[in-house]
Design a protein around this ligand. Structure first.
Ligand SMILES: [Zn+2]
Length: 494
């Protein structure tokens, strides 16, 4: 089998994944700026790296997963000028900036839990690492890779490049083109070169988030935060750095320059970026009115939606496409995903309760081979740059056999004990542990079982009005009663 390969944005090709210190893997993902509700585009990024985290762990790596919270320094417009996104919200609402941070951190954690993502191993905040950031600014100043100007400190791109740096190598941008594209903006006169970026900013009088520094009161630059928090917990060079495609430039480009400037080598081995979401073929954006909040999906309250969709439906929907492809959101696509997810969830529910029973049927090598091959191909797909789309297709092959067993169309003995157990174990672990798809809405399982007992009794007594009542109770919960020849059971309505 092909070992794990990951697409590295830096080399623009799939590379064999070789951690610096196997079995340990260090992975950093840029977390949210906690000034607003997390939107669906961000969710896709976090689901992608949650799945990578799960898979790496599943195949035996010991992963330290660091995902930060940006609670200061990210300015409106993503550049070096303007208000702090959190400070601005705090002013608007007349509350402490940390109240904004706390509220949206709580929301973010709730949403991440709804999508069944694992919390990271460490979740550092920018405000919690002020000392490290000031030290990094001092180090860059002493190397003359940065300069102070009017209380702010800027990274000096020209000097960095003269010393062998290659600013632009991640995003494939050419310095001269960048310079031509850069217009002079207010305040940029502080910079020697319009491309230089702030690693420390002087706080204007109206700026509420401010810290003492050798350069006066100010706050750290957004790009520097991630450099300090990633290297503090993962070392000067670490394995994987992830984020959304929109962070490639300038955020990650700047992280490379800073890390390289501080230590003399690239900070990251594998740069990974997840692609954007579109809605009915258009870019998802707040100004177009087609951006979704997770809560709107769960409530079905967005005007582009005909109904509510559960977190697992959305997770399944996102994993059905490869993380480097754009993914188009539409009501129809979600509806199809709901059906697909529920079919798998039904498979998961029934296979968990099945155990091997010896029987009459002789072992069928073709079927055994088919199952072994689907399992093998699941690994192949995941090893091929985390191709969850192809992986999920293999789950449906396994599901076909689970359903045949469930419907009594296939005897377990035809698969043989070994292959039956392999089928059961693989389906459960691939779906739950690797893809993070769990069953939803089964808290009331004992009640459902009790109602099914009543259903059977009423049916025997030919009390069909009661039978129908129970059916409609199930239906109202998105469940269906399966009245089969050999048994009566319930299932998620597909
Ligand atoms: Zn970052």
């Amino acid at each position: 089998m092909q070992p794990l390969h990951l697409y590295n944005t830096l080399s623009r090709k799939k590379e064999l994944f070789e951690p610096l210190n196997a079995p340990y893997v260090g992975m950093y993902v840029c977390g949210p700026t906690v000034y607003n509700y997390v939107h669906l585009g961000n969710v896709r990024t976090f689901l992608t790296f949650d799945t990578l985290y799960r898979y790496l762990t599943f195949i035996g790596y010991k992963v330290r997963y660091v995902r930060n919270l940006t609670d200061v320094g990210h300015l409106v417009g993503d550049g070096d000028e303007g208000e702090d996104k959190i400070g601005r919200m705090a002013k608007l609402e007349k509350v402490e900036p940390m109240e904004i941070v706390q509220r949206f951190t709580n929301d973010f954690h709730t949403v991440m839990a709804q999508f069944n993502t694992f919390p990271p191993s460490i979740e550092p905040t920018a405000t919690g690492h002020m000392v490290e950031q000031i030290e990094a600014v001092q180090a860059l100043l002493s190397k003359e890779l940065a300069y102070e100007s009017n209380g702010s400190v800027y990274f000096d791109i020209e000097t960095y490049n003269q010393r062998g740096g290659n600013y632009g190598k991640l995003s494939g941008r050419i310095l001269e083109d960048l310079l031509n594209d850069t217009r002079e903006l207010d305040g940029q006169s502080e910079k020697r070169n319009p491309l230089d970026f702030a690693i420390w900013k002087r706080a204007a009088p109206e700026h509420i988030m401010r810290w003492n520094s050798p350069w006066g009161e100010g706050f750290p630059g957004w790009h520097l935060e991630c450099t300090c928090m990633s290297t503090k917990y993962l070392g000067k060079q670490f394995d994987i750095h992830g984020g959304g495609m929109d962070l490639k430039f300038p955020h990650h480009e700047c992280e490379i320059a800073q890390g390289d400037g501080l230590t003399g080598h690239d900070p990251v081995r594998y740069w990974m970026h997840s692609n954007m979401l579109t809605v009915n073929g258009q870019k998802m954006s707040k100004s177009l009115g087609n951006s979704f909040l997770p809560s709107e999906l769960f409530a079905g309250s967005h005007y582009l939606l005909e109904q509510a969709y559960s977190p697992m439906t959305v997770r399944f929907f996102m994993l059905q496409s490869h993380y480097r492809s754009t993914l188009d959101f539409s009501n129809d696509a979600l509806k199809a995903a709901q059906k697909g997810y529920r079919r798998l969830a039904n498979g998961l529910r029934v296979i968990k309760s099945m155990s091997y029973k010896a029987g009459e049927g002789n072992e069928d090598e073709t079927k055994q081979q088919d199952i072994r091959q689907a399992i093998q191909q699941f690994y192949e797909a995941m090893n091929d740059d985390l191709n969850t789309a192809v992986g999920i297709a293999q789950l449906f092959t396994l599901l076909k056999y689970i359903n045949m067993l469930y419907l009594n169309q296939l005897q377990a003995s035809v698969l043989g004990e070994e292959v039956f157990n392999l089928l059961k174990e693989s389906f459960i672990t691939f779906m739950q542990d690797v893809l993070g798809l769990k069953e939803e809405g089964t808290d009331n399982q004992p009640i459902l079982e009790g109602l099914l007992t009543l259903y059977r009794e009423y049916k025997d007594q030919r009390q069909y009005d009661k039978v129908d009542q129970i059916r409609s109770y199930f239906k109202a919960q998105g469940l269906a009663i399966k009245d089969m020849k050999h048994q009566i059971d319930w299932a998620y309505e597909e």
